[in-house]
Design a protein around this ligand. Structure first.
Ligand code: UD1
Length: 339
């Protein structure tokens, strides 16, 4: 079985390639390396013993994309990760986000239609729920007005895929991720933020290792037990495994609808301070942090109702918060020794 993984040298993509290979899938990566590095392919090979095929081009380019599909018209499925993901940047440069995230999706869908490729797994985000009224948040919670162009590209992409599925043979599983963190146990692949990280966990590990002087905790006046915001953090390998299950479900025609949507989280909410304390415990490091004002656009509390994914996919996240933080720390330390 042959799977295209777009964005396969990226953070979640690279972990998914490894999990696919473990299950015997042949993988082709397409990535334009705009936010990742070609040597990730070597690392994947080091972990799995199998070198995935890799083509470097931009999926927003219709010519290169159709040329690729002409040569690879026998794909059994596509997992589409390739997208920009920085919320703040999307606010400052919305066209960059719409052009890239929507443009690449349209090119992929057009070629799926042309070549009769049926199975698509799409990276979506819990950001589509905004601040849900009911927690934990289930897949049928209302989609709220997006808070950023980035979030809007996820909402629009879900709609484009759904509309396309109505008039073609395209089927899709839309995976709404909560907060992916951590790294592979080998510490050979992990998150590689370019510049200053926006997300909490890379900021914690970079502060602890001395790259950043101080972590700012955004807000301590939320309506939560310790006043800091709550998220559902999920280990990236748990998340990667859900993609394998999803693609197998589609290939085996086990899906119940042409479009299926699953939340991928652990179902547990942790506050920012709990994440920091878990980090301090597993790393034996004291973290330099300071409480500051809320970050605009942040929601107060969000965590997943995972029962649909658990029951229907037969998948459940396994790793604890401590395990996630330890793997993130081991990855940061491995990066330092390589420098
Ligand atoms: C963010 C995006 C979300 C996107 C996801 C992708 C925003 C508003 N949301 O989610 O749309 O899908 O990343 O990974 O950017 N925090 C600190 N100090 C920091 C960094 C974060 O206190 O230096 C806090 C945040 O306020 C939040 C929590 O840590 O409460 C998690 O933040 P983050 O890792 O950025 O994820 P989200 O904001 O949940």
């Amino acid at each position: 079985m042959k799977i295209l993984v777009t964005g396969g040298t990226g953070y979640i993509g690279s972990h998914t390639v490894v999990e696919l290979q473990k299950k015997g899938f042949e993988v082709i990566i397409v990535d334009n390396l705009s936010n990742s590095f070609a040597n990730v392919v070597d690392k994947i090979e080091q972990i799995s013993g199998i070198r995935p095929a890799f083509e470097e081009f931009d999926l927003t380019d219709p010519g290169s994309t159709s040329d690729f599909f002409e040569r690879n018209n026998d794909l059994d499925g596509i997992i589409h990760f390739a997208a920009y993901k920085a919320v703040g940047e999307s606010v400052n440069d919305p066209l960059k986000y719409y052009r890239n995230n929507i443009g690449s999706l349209i090119n992929i869908l057009a070629n799926m239609k042309t070549y009769g490729i049926e199975n698509l797994v799409f990276s979506s985000s819990c950001t589509v729920y905004g601040q849900p009224e009911i927690l934990p948040v289930s897949e049928d919670s209302p989609i709220l007005q997006a808070m950023s162009p980035y979030g809007n590209t996820k909402q629009i992409s879900e709609e484009i895929i759904t509309d396309t599925s109505l008039v073609t043979n395209v089927k899709a599983i839309l995976l709404r991720y909560f907060n992916p963190i951590g790294a592979h146990d080998s510490a050979l692949i992990g998150e590689l933020p370019l510049g200053v990280p926006n997300n909490l966990v890379p900021f914690i590990t970079q502060t602890a290792i001395g790259i950043r002087p101080l972590l700012r905790v955004f807000g301590s006046d939320y309506n939560t037990h310790d006043g800091t915001a709550i998220r559902d953090y999920i280990h990236v390998v748990d998340l990667a495994q859900a993609h394998v299950v999803a693609v197998e479900r589609m290939i085996n025609h086990a899906g119940k609808k042409k479009i299926e949507i699953f939340n991928l989280g652990t179902g547990n909410g942790f506050s920012v301070l709990e994440v920091i304390h878990s980090f301090e415990k597993v790393s034996n490091e004291k973290l330099n942090y300071q409480i500051v004002d809320r970050r605009p656009g942040d929601v107060e509390i969000v965590y997943a109702d995972t029962s649909f994914a658990n029951d229907e996919l037969g998948w459940k996240a396994q790793k604890t918060l401590d395990e996630m933080m330890l793997s993130a720390w081991n990855w940061e330390k491995a990066l330092k020794t390589k420098k």
